[in-house]
Design a protein around this ligand. Structure first.
Ligand SMILES: [Zn+2]
Length: 377
């Protein structure tokens, strides 16, 4: 890039739209620099583009082999795995290779190359979206990020194939159809979605949803997954089925055959030394109780503790936590599940207030040995 031999060759210059995009990026990052022009050598090819050409043509070869093998009636699963490994390896190599130029530890890192790559990517992305939105395609853009864009293209698969051809002819880029979904939920935060291909053999894809994160107890993750999968697979019956599923989840929690010690356990890994935790008395107390420190996992359960109120001469239940699964505060778990589901259910057209009323039944408070029990929230 920016060689002496092509400095005055207009054909070597980068497109003005790419230069504009680079300057936009610089502005976004508050970097006080402006790019006037960049050019790419037309006489010699760089080492990375050469390797990339080979790698991508290899990938193409394996993609074709993969497709052929999959179409055979007696396909060989070992061969499929082999071809798949080759093609995905080539793809990862290509993607990583682009990122490398922005890595300070890479011997040949170069911010100019890096910013051109990012800007070219953005430019192509924008142009693809424009092509898709306008005639004759009129696809609706759902969202796009670095290397993919989601379109609502209706049911017309030939139109999608035409679009891919136009991308190749007009933009010089190879676009692949990765998946076709019949139902999906897209969240306002980008790159989070649940989507299903409509094929019973395929599990729905659940991407980036916080309800499945490790910090939630197993019971929450299990029911969260079941419920979003049900919504995306059978949206037509959701208003009848989903409230029933939530009730079923609550019943399981109240009196079902679950391993509470395992399924209701919260865990958190200690990222800091204990003395570094400020304003997190719970974490510090748990770590001390369990004799843990930086790098270890602490766990707890949401529970009730009984406190004696002298002035009223009675025992009260207070929300608390414990490292043992005793006196569990089941409402806390139910609320957590509903909270994690809120986004998905609201997008699905549910009114959360109605739903909460529908699924919650009056809790009978067990009178225990202390007598005169009341709940304090
Ligand atoms: Zn040159």
């Amino acid at each position: 890039m920016n060689c002496t031999c092509c400095k005055y060759n207009k054909d070597a210059y980068l497109k003005q739209t790419t230069i504009d995009t680079i300057n936009e990026q610089l502005q976004e990052k508050n970097i006080p620099r402006k790019v006037d022009k960049y050019w790419v050598c037309q006489k010699r090819k760089g080492a990375f583009p050469k390797v990339l050409e080979q790698t991508l043509s290899d990938r193409n070869k394996y993609l074709i082999l993969l497709k052929e093998e999959k179409e055979k009636s007696d396909c060989d699963s070992k061969l499929i795995e082999e071809y798949q490994t080759h093609q995905i390896g080539a793809k990862l190599f290509a993607n990583a290779g682009f990122g490398l130029f922005n890595n300070e530890y890479f011997e040949f890192s170069n911010y100019q190359v890096a910013e051109c790559i990012t800007a070219e990517g953005r430019r192509i992305h924008k142009q693809m979206e424009l092509l898709a939105q306008n005639k004759p395609f009129n696809f609706k853009v759902i969202f796009g990020f670095t290397d993919s864009t989601f379109f609502n293209a209706g049911a017309d698969i030939t139109k999608v194939r035409d679009f891919i051809q136009v991308c190749k002819d007009k933009l010089g880029v190879i676009v692949e159809i990765k998946s076709v979904f019949i139902n999906s939920i897209f969240y306002s935060k980008k790159n989070r979605y649940v989507a299903w291909t409509g094929n019973e053999k395929d599990e729905p894809i659940i991407k980036g949803l916080d309800g499945l994160s490790d910090s939630n107890p197993l019971w929450v993750r299990k029911w969260f997954k079941k419920i979003v999968i049900e919504i995306v697979k059978h949206p037509e019956t959701r208003f009848d089925v989903i409230p029933e599923m939530i009730k079923e989840a609550f019943d399981e929690l109240d009196s079902g055959p679950i391993n509470r010690a395992e399924e209701l356990k919260f865990t958190q890994r200690l990222k800091l030394h204990l003395y570094e935790y400020k304003g997190h008395p719970r974490i510090v107390e748990l770590a001390n109780l369990l004799d843990k420190d930086k790098g270890d996992l602490v766990h707890w359960y949401e529970t009730f503790t009984e406190v004696y109120v002298k002035s009223k001469q009675c025992w009260k239940r207070k929300k608390g936590y414990s490292v043992k699964p005793e006196n569990l505060n089941l409402d806390e778990y139910k609320n957590l599940l509903l909270n994690k589901l809120t986004d998905s259910l609201e997008i699905g057209g549910f009114n959360m207030d109605d739903l909460r009323r529908n699924v919650s039944h009056v809790e009978t408070i067990p009178i225990n040995k202390f007598g005169g029990l009341s709940i304090e929230q």
